[in-house]
Every structure is written in structure tokens, then in C-alpha cells.
Design a protein around this ligand. Structure first.
Ligand code: ATP
Ligand code: MG
Length: 266
């Protein structure tokens, strides 16, 4: 059923192209990346573009920042969130993980907002924050519950995850085993090229769809995220040693290995 749903476009041409046309409707997508890589910016842009370009309403749930700070940061990119809220195309929900997870007879805090604006897109900023509030053993279960809650309401979600910067060969996006629970993973990463730090993104996995396996440079500009061309001249960027010849497929393989090893240990 999900496969037949129309693609949910980010509105970033290059990213949508990498995804074979956009995210699959109803999918849960993890945006993983170390601190300051642009997760919040990408997620906000996805919602804003949803409203302005595709007529999709959206909900932004944050445990991390105060509303004023989000309104201000968004305004710097030219996005007027207050106006969208006034027009009932967007809701900014600042809450705690406990309140979000609480459900009263299957009814959650989100359901009221869902009834109000009939969103197609939702962002949770972030799962890492949620992880701080629930027991490690409970995290997978709670995340699964949340993912299913959003799916049954027909929402396409972006779940942000702060992962440690990947160093050398240990490739761990989600130590908690969350990667099995999501349909798609986008990794944002800082890479060092010719002595300067650049940002890059790659689609690590996407269930049920062809996708670009390459690493693409992106920049955060006054207008938000701009994705550039693939790093065709460099190999091994994803492992942190740009001269070493490693393909993304190998890197993804290492990710799974590291991940499986971790799971066996726990
Ligand atoms: N108006 C702007 N113009 C250009 N670049 C900006 C602007 N605002 C923020 N940035 C860049 O975006 C970066 C932060 O992006 P963002 O907050 O989306 O990252 P994040 O991954 O969500 O970070 P965190 O882990 O702290 O939540 C900043 O470090 C800065 O380099
Ligand atoms: Mg953030």
C-alpha cells in the first residue's frame, strides 16, 4: 500500500533526485548526523517546502529548542513559521518526550494537532532527546510505538538523530538498533577536503526504492540547504580518510557489521 502512495518531496531538487523522486509516502525517515550538521535546518526546510510548494501541512515537534529560537532561526532563512501557524498549515509543538509518549486510551498529544490541521508531514527533533528520557531497553520499543503511531495516522515522518561523528572505520549511526525501525536513513556528515571542513549527505538506506548511493556535498546558505554535486574525485570520505579507496557500498557494509557486532554484545 505504501509503495503506491505518491512521493513526498523535500523540495530540494538534488535530494529528491537521489531518493528516486522523493521520500515514499508514509515512510519514517531518520536524519542522522553529528551536532551542527544541519539536521534541524533540513527538517524545517522539508516542512516549509511541503507547505509552500506542495500544499502539505506539517507538524514540527521539538524537545530541544524554545519556540522563540526556532521562529528566529527559521526567519533567518526567510521562513515565516508564525504566518504558517496563523494560516493553520503548520504547528510548532514544543514538549517533553514524556508528554509526547503518553497516551490516554490510544489518544496522544499529537492527535489534537492532527485533527486541527490534517498534516501529511511531521518532524521529531529529536529521537536522541527521547533516548535521554527512556530506559535504554525501552528505547526501541518506544521508538517503534512512535513510528507506528505516526504511520497509522498516514504521516510521513523525519526523525532526527544525533550520531557521533564517524571516525575511521567504526561506522555507527544508531547504536540503539533504531535503524531497523525506520524505512530510510539520510546521513549528514562533516568531511575534511583539502584542509577545509565540508558538509556532505548520503542516503544510507531506502526500503522499496532505488536510490543514489553517492555522497553529495551540501551547504547551509541564507536560503537554507543547497545540495551540490557528488564528490566524484574523492574516495573514502565516509570513513574519514579521503584518499583511501572505499565505496559507499563497502562503507554501508561496515556500518551493518559494526552495528551487528554491537547488537550481539548487548
Ligand atoms: N542563517 C544561516 N545562514 C547560513 N548558515 C546557517 C544559518 N543558520 C545556521 N547556519 C548553519 O547551520 C548550522 C546548524 O544547523 P542545524 O541547527 O540545522 O544543525 P543540527 O544538526 O540540527 O544541530 P544540533 O545538533 O545542534 O541540533 C550552524 O552551525 C551554521 O553553520
Ligand atoms: Mg538541531
Amino acid at each position: 500500500m505504501v509503495g503506491k502512495m505518491a512521493r513526498v518531496k523535500s523540495g530540494l531538487l538534488e535530494l529528491d533526485e537521489m531518493l528516486g523522486g522523493g521520500f515514499m509516502g508514509g515512510d519514517s525517515v531518520m536524519i542522522a548526523g553529528s551536532a551542527g550538521t544541519g539536521k534541524t535546518t533540513l527538517a524545517l526546510q522539508h516542512l516549509v517546502n511541503g507547505v509552500t510548494m506542495f500544499g502539505d501541512n506539517g507538524i514540527y515537534v521539538t524537545f530541544e529548542q524554545l519556540p522563540d529560537q526556532i521562529y528566529r532561526d527559521a526567519k533567518n532563512f526567510g521562513w515565516n513559521l508564525r504566518k504558517m501557524e496563523d494560516e493553520n498549515t503548520l504547528r510548532l509543538v514544543c514538549t517533553s518526550p514524556q508528554l509526547l509518549l503518553e497516551s490516554d486510551g490510544g489518544e496522544s498529544l499529537l492527535d489534537e494537532y492532527i485533527r486541527e490541521i490534517h498534516p501529511r508531514r511531521i518532524v521529531i527533533d529529536s529521537l536522541s532527546h527521547l533516548a535521554m528520557y527512556v530506559d535504554e531497553k525501552e528505547l526501541r520499543k518506544e521508538t517503534y510505538r512512535l513510528v507506528m503511531h505516526l504511520k497509522t495516522r498516514g504521516l510521513s515522518s523525519l526523525l532526527l538523530w544525533e550520531s557521533p561523528q564517524i571516525v575511521g572505520q567504526s561506522f555507527s549511526v544508531t547504536e540503539e538498533g533504531l535503524s531497523f525501525l525506520v524505512d530510510c536513513i539520510i546521513l549528514l556528515k562533516l568531511v575534511e577536503i583539502e584542509s577545509s571542513m565540508k558538509k556532505a549527505l548520503t542516503v544510507l538506506k531506502m526500503r522499496g526504492s532505488e536510490h543514489d548511493k553517492r555522497l553529495r556535498e551540501f551547504e547551509i546558505t541564507q536560503q537554507g540547504i543547497k545540495v551540490a554535486s557528488p564528490f566524484s574525485d574523492y574516495d573514502g570520505i565516509i570513513t574519514g580518510s579521503p584518499r583511501k579507496r572505499v565505496t559507499i557500498e563497502e562503507a554501508v557494509g561496515r556500518f551493518s557489521e559494526a552495528f551487528t557486532a554491537k547488537r550481539k554484545k548487548s
